[in-house]
Design a binder for this molecule. Structure first.
Ligand SMILES: [Zn+2]
Length: 157
């Protein structure tokens, strides 16, 4: 089940995009589409068809994605048109920011962190991404293994 709400011109999605997900009401509703995917848990195989039909129906030069999580980004390899029409490279230019999961080694606290596509392009070494834990104050929160793998695939496709 996937819900959406629109706030200040941004479409926020939440849940699992599946067979029953219906985005037809959004087609033609905006001049520019900025879609926040932070709370998308997954796009299942039946949802993929509905979702790609939706993104294909939007104005491709006015389509942008925010907070793309690693679980969604992994699917772009399999379904390049997941983020609109065109080549994979073309789709990647529509991503404004990514969302990665960081975990604390010490207390297992986890949080989702946004990194803009621009900032990501400037990263030379992936372990530059380090944050102090907001729960236990340990110096290092690190990307989960899965998100590290996905980050590698973005930086070095
Ligand atoms: Zn901690």
């Amino acid at each position: 089940m996937c819900e959406y709400k629109v706030r200040q011109g941004i479409i926020y999605l939440r849940g699992i995009i599946g067979e029953e997900s219906d985005f037809t009401q959004l087609v033609g509703a905006f001049k520019e589409y900025r879609i926040d995917m932070k709370m998308v848990i997954n796009i299942n195989s039946l949802g993929t068809r509905r979702w790609t039909a939706f993104t294909a129906a939007l104005p491709q030069d006015k389509l942008f994605f925010l907070n793309v999580p690693s679980n969604v980004f992994s699917l772009v390899h399999i379904v390049p048109s997941l983020l609109g029409l065109g080549s994979r490279e073309n789709c990647l230019t529509r991503i404004e920011s990514y969302c990665f999961e960081m975990v604390c080694d010490q207390c297992a606290n986890s949080l989702l962190m946004t990194i803009s596509a621009k900032a990501l392009g400037k990263l030379l070494v992936k372990n530059q991404i380090e944050y102090a834990c907001n729960v236990c104050n340990a110096q290092k929160m690190q990307l989960t293994e899965n998100d590290l793998y996905v980050l590698d695939s973005i930086l070095d496709p």
